[in-house]
Design a protein around this ligand. Structure first.
Ligand SMILES: O=C(O)CCC(=O)C(=O)O
Ligand SMILES: [Fe+2]
Length: 238
């Protein structure tokens, strides 16, 4: 079926995990803090500080597209980069984006190695996003993440999908396993913080995510295309 699962280095996923843990308190704040907390910072202090700059209505966000800055807020999208303008630098730092680039590169190399292709043939493609799922009811069809689908159909340009999980199945949330739908033998991936799963994005990998019954599940999706015309540069905010 063309799937592999590898672990990201501890230091990388720990940094991402920090975001996920914070997210249990206030989702969007956690997303925005992405990796920006220093090891000694008091989490509550930083959260309190960051919360001041974030309007309350962002709290229900469930997807943040790092390339475009689109953030889902209920039924709508808000462009975070446009909303904050220059002030985005008080929320994200260059190190955060460097962390993303390092991660993207590691995943790209791992995919190339696993599938026996040259990493230079893979191009980052959009959307590339954080997702947060909890058990609150879906408000739009767009929120119905649990349907079986083929990523190539859903996203168009995906040839290889990768998922980095940022929270732990059964510790942080219940339900929410990733299921490859194979006739007679569904295979599941149990999300764990730091676990990276990747697979080819075509109909050979029809899949779905189980409904999350409790807690909050965080993941980041990074996908690659073999078509240079559909490639995008790494996200930046400058
Ligand atoms: O979060 C996951 O485990 C997978 C989500 C997914 O299938 C998708 O966004 O296409
Ligand atoms: Fe998918």
């Amino acid at each position: 079926m063309g799937t592999k699962s590898v672990r990201a280095p501890r230091d990388v996923w720990k940094k991402w995990l920090r975001v996920a843990v914070l997210g249990a308190c206030t989702t969007l704040v956690a997303l925005l803090l992405w990796g920006s907390l220093g090891g000694d910072d008091s989490i509550t202090e930083v959260l309190a500080h960051r919360s001041e700059v974030l309007p309350g209505r962002f709290i229900e966000a469930s997807i943040l597209d790092l390339h475009s800055g689109a953030l889902s807020v209920g039924k709508h999208f808000v462009n975070l980069y446009r909303y904050f303008g220059d002030k985005i630098q008080t929320i994200f730092s260059e190190e955060d984006f460097q962390l993303y680039r390092d991660l993207r590169q590691k995943v790209q190399l791992a995919i190339a190695q696993a599938f026996g292709i040259s990493a230079s043939l893979l191009h980052l493609t959009k959307p590339t996003f954080f997702s947060r799922i909890n058990s609150t009811a879906a408000r739009t069809a767009h929120d119905e993440y649990w349907h079986a689908h083929v990523d190539k159909v859903t996203y168009g340009s995906f040839d290889y999908t990768s998922l980095l999980y940022l929270s732990d199945y059964l510790d942080d949330f219940g339900g929410g396993r990733f299921v490859f739908m194979e006739e007679g033998a569904n295979k599941t991936v149990e999300p764990r913080a730091g676990r990276v799963s990747f697979f080819t994005s075509g109909s050979e990998n029809l899949h779905r995510v189980e409904k999350v019954h409790w807690g909050t599940r965080y993941a980041i999706t990074i996908a690659f295309t073999c078509d240079p015309d559909h490639g995008i540069a790494d996200p930046t905010f400058t």
